[in-house]
Write a protein that binds this ligand. Structure first.
Ligand code: MG
Length: 266
């Protein structure tokens, strides 16, 4: 047997011993699949009809995105109730008392930037203290927590007296820092809390609160408890006697949307 005869014999054997049985098996499998209603190549579709997500231009790094309400752009505090804070050189410096937005908010995404005084004075809770009061009731602590000991559930990024930050991501005093907060407002029904509030916080881009279930209003002198309030409330920034600086504050109100009733998913 020469080489070309060998190749032909091999091809014949290959066709008869492998290709023919494989093709037959595929035909049989296909017949069974068709008979029992299987279709191996059909795409899964949920049957849910979602509305098209809106287009939002994200804007420059740090925002604001195109659908945000700018609460402070470095120029004026016109989005806030009358206050004594000083606007200068593109930032607002805390003075005389807290500030409160004119508008009210519920579920939201909030971005703000703050800097503790460069000149370190005091210690613990007396050093670079402020706070973001979501709905005027739930404080995400602002504190100069760079090498500054205090109780953990009262340091920067803590949900005050409820939950410490997952890590301490504080920059040095005088340096700009960011908070990105995603907040789900509590729901009240018949004078009682129906669903608690939740909060997620990134400090300088680092996750420090991960969908934490808020236990109620944060207070210095009382255990957390829910006291019913309107669906939307203003946002407060605390003045705690320290001249913290703020800039680039914006907020996006978050909507939930429901799909059209689902058709039977297959
Ligand atoms: Mg505070």
């Amino acid at each position: 047997m020469n080489a070309s005869t060998g190749k032909r014999l091999y091809a014949k054997l290959f066709t008869h011993s492998i290709l023919v049985p494989t093709a037959a098996a595929l035909v049989l499998l296909g017949s069974f699949a068709a008979a029992f209603g299987f279709n191996f190549f059909k795409e899964y579709l949920s049957g849910i009809k979602w509305p098209e997500p809106k287009v939002v231009a994200p804007g420059p790094a740090g925002g604001p995105p195109s659908d945000a309400l700018v609460l402070f752009d470095g120029k004026d505090l016109s989005q806030w109730e009358e206050n004594q804070w000083i606007v200068k050189d593109g930032c607002a410096t805390a003075r005389g008392g807290g500030i409160r937005t004119k508008q009210s908010f519920g579920d939201c995404q909030l971005h703000l930037e703050w800097a503790a005084p460069e000149k370190v004075e005091g210690s613990g809770q007396e050093r670079g203290n402020s706070g973001v009061y979501l709905m005027g009731n739930y404080e995400v602590q602002i504190l100069d927590s760079y090498q500054n000991d205090t109780y953990y559930d009262g340091q920067a990024g803590a949900i005050y007296k409820q939950h410490p930050p997952l890590v301490n991501a504080c920059r040095k005093p005088g340096e700009w820092q960011s908070y990105d907060i995603i907040f789900t407002a509590p729901r009240f029904k018949d004078g009682k809390m129906e669903k608690p509030a939740y909060v997620t916080v990134l400090h300088n881009g680092v996750l420090i609160q991960n969908h934490f279930e808020i236990q109620g209003q944060t207070a210095w002198d009382a255990a957390p408890a829910y006291h019913p309030h309107p669906e939307k409330m203003p946002l407060d920034l605390q003045y705690h006697g320290n001249p913290l600086k703020f800039r680039n504050i914006w907020i996006r109100e978050l909507e939930t949307y429901e799909p059209e009733p689902a058709k039977a998913a297959k």
